[in-house]
Design a binder for this molecule. Structure first.
Ligand code: PRX
Length: 631
């Protein structure tokens, strides 16, 4: 199976074909996978409904393509390398055969616990091999997995469980993160007070703790797999059957469940993985993301395994036991492709070069970044100190909703420019639109980034609420998928992603809706209302700045701040903590009551002289107070 483009000329030729004859193009690629029954049509679509179907009536199971298909030739090849949090602990290596058997065994356990095709299973686990096994076992038996990042709070989890109406939760007693250990089962227990749909909880014993287990509902992983066979026929799925739901934040309301399906997601994650990273058969590939996010789904688990690659999973954090850990792990396992987030690079930069210079990093061939715009300084540090000016950097732009990389480099085969994601992958048709929704076709321009033609791994719906999917992504501009990002296209047609143009804040590459954080802040008894904006943060990219109106101005601001932070931690999780909280007597609003976030953003960005016109405000006086009290 060779899907790789191996030169810039080949890219141009392939791209041209993919746009002129998209269906033929994807048909050629899709044919290289193993289908139980071939599809009878490549694509049917309309962006109004929206209604997008790929590889119609094809029967397939993504795990057969991740595992079974490789057994003959790659049965003894390493599928997964797991590096523990503690470097002194032994790492784990699983061959394709071993991974296959573990997935089958756990698939059988899931069935024995009453899970079947179409059932939703929430997974809330540490970054251990069992997380990947649980994900694949769900897919194998046709259950729909929904991984919830293990940093979310009980409240955030119960919202997701209830939205998905999950029948089962798979978790662990706790997890290791750097020098800390974090209880997981305790959080699950709390969440499940409000989740009547959950019938079973499977608990992996990761730390040897003895969490509270509820009789009749909870079962240990090792008991669940006891006596289970190591063969488990994959459930035959329709190409358009649900593979997973992944919750992500938008500009309004609660996070929504982005839905991906077996066929299209399979084809695109494999194709993009092989091209972006230029993975070669004996390479070792490492993506440092967590499987709780889309990057981990597509480029730790599915994309690499579909490609027969050796993929590495890391339990720990970049700074434990010291800021050289990433580089130590690269040398230890001979990593060839390394994929991380700008926020991690910036955090490590702050510790100085010495850590990275102590390792050879000879094995590295391609470096990748994802999740947020990378600033030039971080790009250069990565290029010079990690890549020794030898490794291309692929800056990959994509989203939970797109399933796979949309704009990015192709290893050494595409031009690079710091802070530019670059060119679209074959089959991807990005456009820039102006305020009126008109396509700007020339180069050297900025606009709203949209996609005008479907691609196989695009979201199909938002779970349980198709209208929300339509309104959020397809109603802004007719016949276009709207990304929520603004972008610039340079004279040569390269794209640079500027950032979100909606009310979404990207903190360390993680998305939060301002509405969601405000709701959490407002749950604190003393708060009357609040408005949240992002501001530039040296390490996190963006930090969260909250303007809060209380019944009366708090006498002890520090105590009041701590309470508000606690409310956010409880409602969402530590990852959404506001960095700055400014108490104000009112928010700048228009006469119709709309909060003027533009003004709040400028103040938070430290540019109070660029507020623009404030004369239409209901009470222009509050602006002076806000500017004066800015943090
Ligand atoms: O704003 C863009 C930013 O992250 C958003 C998507 O977030 P999420 O769905 O959580 O997925 C992150 C990992 C794929 C985008 O709308 N973003 C992602 N990658 C980049 C980026 N911004 C700039 N450059 C990137 N390479």
């Amino acid at each position: 199976m060779e899907l790789r483009i191996n030169s810039w000329e080949a890219y141009q030729e392939t791209y041209r074909k993919s746009v002129e004859q998209p269906e033929n193009f994807w048909d050629e690629i899709a044919k290289t996978f193993s289908w139980r029954k071939p599809y009878d049509k490549v694509l049917e679509w309309n962006f109004d409904a929206p209604d997008v179907k790929w590889f119609l009536n094809g029967k397939v199971n993504i795990t057969e393509n991740c595992l079974d298909r490789h057994l003959k030739q790659r049965g003894n090849k390493l599928a997964l390398i797991w590096e523990p949090n503690d470097p002194k602990e032994k790492f784990v290596r699983l061959t394709y055969r071993e991974l296959y058997e573990k997935v089958c065994q756990f698939g059988n356990a899931l069935k024995a616990q009453g899970i079947g095709k179409g059932d939703r299973v929430v997974i809330y686990m540490p970054m251990i091999p069992e997380l990947a096994i649980a994900v694949l076992a769900c897919a194998r038996i046709g259950a729909v997995h929904s991984v919830v990042f293990a940093g979310f709070s009980a409240n955030a989890m119960s919202d997701r469980i209830n939205d998905a109406q999950a029948k089962m939760v798979i978790t662990a007693d706790g997890l290791n993160r750097g020098a800390k250990q974090v209880p997981l089962k305790r959080v699950v227990n709390e969440a499940l007070h409000h989740c009547p749909s959950v019938e079973r909880v499977i608990v992996y014993d990761c730390l040897g703790w003895l969490p509270q287990m509820e009789a009749g509902r909870d079962i240990w992983w090792h008991d669940a797999i006891e006596g289970m066979g190591r063969e488990c026929p994959a459930e035959e799925m329709d190409s358009e059957d649900l593979l997973f739901i992944l919750y992500t934040s938008g500009s309004t309301g609660k996070p929504k469940g982005v839905v991906h399906t077996h066929g299209g997601y399979m084809v695109y994650t494999a194709y993009s993985f092989q091209n972006v990273f230029q993975y070669g058969e004996s390479d070792i590939y490492w993506c440092t993301a967590d499987v709780g996010w889309i990057t981990g789904h597509s480029y730790i688990v599915y994309g690499p395994l579909l490609s027969g690659a050796t993929t590495m999973m890391f339990e720990g954090v970049p700074t434990y036991p010291d800021a050289g850990r990433f580089w130590q792990v690269c040398d230890k396992h001979g990593v060839n492709q390394f994929y991380t987030a700008p926020t991690a690079i910036r955090a490590l930069m702050a510790y100085g070069e010495d850590h990275v210079l102590s390792y050879s990093l000879d094995s590295l061939k391609v470096l990748g970044t994802v999740g947020e715009p990378i600033n030039e300084e971080a790009w250069r540090w990565y290029h010079i100190h990690v890549g020794k000016e030898r490794c291309p950097i692929v800056d990959t732009w994509w989203q939970t909703e797109t399933g796979g990389v949309m704009i990015g480099g192709l290893g050494e085969h595409s031009p690079m420019k710091p802070a530019y994601a670059g060119y679209p992958l074959p089959g991807i048709q990005p456009v820039l639109l102006d305020q009126e929704g008109k396509e700007i076709s020339e180069n050297g321009v900025e606009g709203y980034l949209c996609i005008k033609f479907p691609w196989p791994s695009m979201l199909r719906t938002t779970y349980g609420d198709h209208e929300r999917c339509r309104v959020t992504y397809f109603a802004h501009y007719k016949n276009h998928y709207f990304t929520g990002d603004g972008a610039k296209r340079d004279e040569n047609g390269m794209y640079r992603i500027i950032g979100r143009v909606d009310d979404v804040i990207n903190v360390s590459g993680h998305r939060f809706g301002t509405a969601e954080i405000e709701e959490a802040i407002n749950s604190d008894g003393q708060v009357v209302e609040s408005a949240v904006v992002g501001y530039p943060h040296d390490i996190k990219g963006q930090g969260i700045y909250a303007y809060v109106v209380c019944e009366s101005l708090p006498t002890d601001k520090e105590v009041a701040r701590a309470e508000i932070v606690e409310a956010v931690v409880e409602q969402i999780g530590k990852i959404a903590k506001p960095e700055k909280i400014q108490f104000v007597s009112g928010l700048p609003k228009t006469r119709s009551g709309k909060i003027m976030r533009r003004i709040l953003r400028k103040v938070a960005e430290g540019e109070p002289d660029k507020l623009g016109d404030t004369s239409t405000l209901l009470d222009p006086g509050v602006v002076d107070e806000i500017v004066e009290g800015a943090l």
